[in-house]
Design a protein around this ligand. Structure first.
Ligand SMILES: Nc1ncnc2c1ncn2[C@@H]1O[C@H](COP(=O)(O)OP(=O)(O)OP(=O)(O)O)[C@@H](O)[C@H]1O
Length: 235
């Protein structure tokens, strides 16, 4: 089976005054379709940097990043935008939904901005309805963010990330704004969607109990990434 994303010796070095910070230190990873990877580590250990490199938001200082067969480290800015648009869905900490738009419109905003019309738009409208239903928001498509709970807003966010049928879902602390019960529901939903749509998921979390949905876990320490058996961290 092919890897959805591979990091090969990926290193990110930032300038830090007179010296430098190695935020990602020779990271190696292969992630396949249908797998959920949990990413843990203390603040400043390099989790966001790793996710940002795996998501072609930034290029490594050295090493390789292969996303669905495409070398992101060699791609131009425009090509990286295309890689993200074609292959990747992003879910960030708090849902950055637009206040004036309904849940349905949040899912279709990209299509409207790109001027998608006719049959293609109808297909995406159908997909939006299916996804709203799939994430548990059936009948709520007309609600604006203020008319939705925090958990429901994160569900809209997840549905929106899946509109482009991504092969890779990157989630950066998707439940940090939610209580324990809602957090559990959201990570469970991400697990189920990963199985159903067979994309690969990387999820940063501070909450180790959420790692029970992960197939694999990596821990970041000072930019170094190490895969650890689930048994070792008591999941
Ligand atoms: N743009 C930047 N310029 C300089 N240093 C940076 C930059 N971004 C991150 N760093 C440094 O790189 C290291 C890793 O940061 P990163 O944000 O990846 O960690 P993190 O594990 O995601 O932290 P947190 O859990 O607090 O979000 C830190 O030492 C940070 O200060």
């Amino acid at each position: 089976m092919n890897n959805v994303v591979s990091l090969i010796d990926a290193t990110v070095v930032y300038p830090d005054g007179e010296s430098t910070v190695t935020a990602l230190d020779h990271a190696a990873l292969d992630l396949r379709a249908g797998q959920v990877l949990g990413v843990v580590g203390e603040s400043g250990s390099g989790k966001s940097t790793m996710l940002s490199v795996a998501g072609a938001l930034q290029v490594p200082t050295s090493g390789q990043v292969i996303i669905c067969g495409e070398h992101a480290e060699k791609a131009s800015v425009a090509e990286r935008t295309e890689i993200r648009r074609e292959h990747i869905g992003f879910v960030f900490q708090s849902p950055n939904l637009l206040g004036a738009l309904t849940a349905r419109e949040q899912l279709l905003i990209t299509e409207h901005l790109r001027g998608v019309r006719g049959k293609a738009l109808r297909a995406q409208r159908d997909r939006a309805e299916e996804l709203l239903q799939r994430v548990g928001l059936e009948g709520m498509g007309d609600r604006r963010p203020e008319q939705l709970s925090g958990g429901q807003r994160q569900r809209v966010n997840i549905a929106r990330a899946l509109m482009s049928q991504p092969q890779l879902l990157l989630a950066d602390e998707p439940t940090s704004a939610l209580d324990a019960k809602l957090s559990k529901e959201i990570v469970q939903l991400i697990r189920e969607l990963t199985d159903e749509f067979q994309f690969a998921t990387m999820m940063i979390t501070h909450n180790r109990s959420q790692l029970e949905v992960a197939d694999r876990i990596v821990e970041m320490r000072d930019g170094k990434m190490q895969e650890i058996p689930a048994s070792e961290i008591g999941v």
